[in-house]
Design a protein around this ligand. Structure first.
Ligand code: SF4
Length: 356
């Protein structure tokens, strides 16, 4: 059907698809306690979202995840107001926690930005040596409302549009992504263990230090693929950061900054949901946690009410992992000093890996 500009819906969709295909960068706008912020990202459009790689510590990611909303725009470069053409959108941003999705989108991304290959191919395969601080993750901006502007269709032409969820080219790329994923899984020679990143020597603790554990990194690392996870850094608290602790109801404690009293529980829970989905897809066959941490501790983590320690509990990430992936063995680094315990853990992890 034609509107007053004389352009029909099919043609409008085609123009929008062309704009998205020919542009490379999208500016994301967010707002938060530090005020408004805008950041450009390189995107690829497929499966109903704009996908891009960013650091979890970046201001646009942190603010978008905290507020649950973001705005974005794409514009064609032009030297005349007559050629102004672009897309303005509101929507939300989420992190991809799904290996299939991540691999398929990465293939589309590499087709569009081949020069990013050397960096991103590395990111597809988690390694113990990967520095959490420099890692980037895949995020999706999903538009809820999109307005298309095109002065070539008439001065001030603006129309709310529905963007085609995917193009034929993206379908072809997704199929290639499937093949890459199968090849990637076949390469998986060793069973995988998740490990608190500071135990692997990564400087991700609140003060920038680590808790390198020789046995875990060097000995277990020779027979398992070790996947580093730092909940506090990866959920965006950064390094260095203010120390946090568990407070309140011991059954359902909150994660609170010691001095500023900022409550990070909701932010941490959102990150945990995504990361556990990813770890489930990666098929980890065990997890070794850093003891006593309000995020990673498996037992005997202090829970406070005011200045008083009222109970001993479990770090938020450890508690969620045990609930979500109950079949795998879990341990703290100190458990590895007991030879019997250690042997049991390793045997169980190997046995479970055969069924993943
Ligand atoms: S204990 Fe956990 S949250 Fe704390 S630094 Fe180590 S990995 Fe990060």
């Amino acid at each position: 059907m034609n509107d007053s500009s004389g352009i029909d819906q099919v043609e409008l969709e085609r123009l929008v698809a062309d704009l998205i295909d020919t542009c490379s960068t999208m500016v994301i706008a967010t707002t938060g306690s530090k005020g408004p912020w805008a950041a450009p990202v390189y995107y690829v459009w497929t499966a109903g979202s704009f996908w891009f790689f960013s650091s979890p510590e970046s201001r646009h990611i942190s603010q978008a995840l905290d507020s649950g909303q973001a705005a974005a725009s794409i514009w064609k470069d032009s030297d005349s107001w007559r050629k102004i053409q672009g897309l303005q959108m509101t929507g939300n941003i989420r992190m991809s926690g799904n290996l299939k999705e991540k691999t398929e989108v990465s293939v589309c991304y590499l087709e569009k930005f081949p020069k990013a290959a050397s960096i991103l191919r590395d990111k597809l395969r988690p390694r113990p040596s990967a520095k959490t601080k420099n890692r980037v993750f895949l995020y999706a901006f999903s538009p809820q409302k999109s307005v298309y502007t095109n002065n070539e269709l008439g001065f001030g032409f603006r129309k709310t549009v529905k963007i085609r969820s995917t193009s034929r080219k993206a379908d072809e790329q997704a199929h290639k992504g499937h093949l890459v994923r199968v090849a990637y899984q076949n390469l998986q020679a060793k069973p995988r263990l998740g490990v608190s990143a500071c135990l692997l020597g990564e400087n991700v603790r609140w003060d920038g230090s680590n808790k390198y554990d020789w046995y875990i990194r060097e000995v277990l690392g020779s027979c398992f693929d070790l996947i580093p996870v730092c909940p506090e850094n990866e959920c965006g608290l950064g390094v260095p950061r203010e120390p946090v602790r568990l407070e309140g109801n011991p059954e359902n404690p909150r994660l609170v900054a010691k001095k500023t009293r900022v409550d990070f529980t909701d932010r941490m829970q959102r990150w945990i949901d995504l990361r556990l989905e990813e770890l489930g897809c990666l098929g980890i066959s065990g997890f070794i946690f850093k003891s006593k941490s309000p995020s990673c501790g498996l037992q005997n983590v202090k829970v406070f009410q005011g200045d008083d320690m009222v109970n001993l509990g479990r770090g938020l990430f450890a508690a969620a992992l045990v609930k979500r992936i109950p079949r795998i063995p879990v341990a703290e680094e100190n458990d590895m000093s007991d030879p019997g315990w250690k042997a049991n853990f390793i045997e169980l992890a190997f046995n479970i890996s055969k069924y993943l």
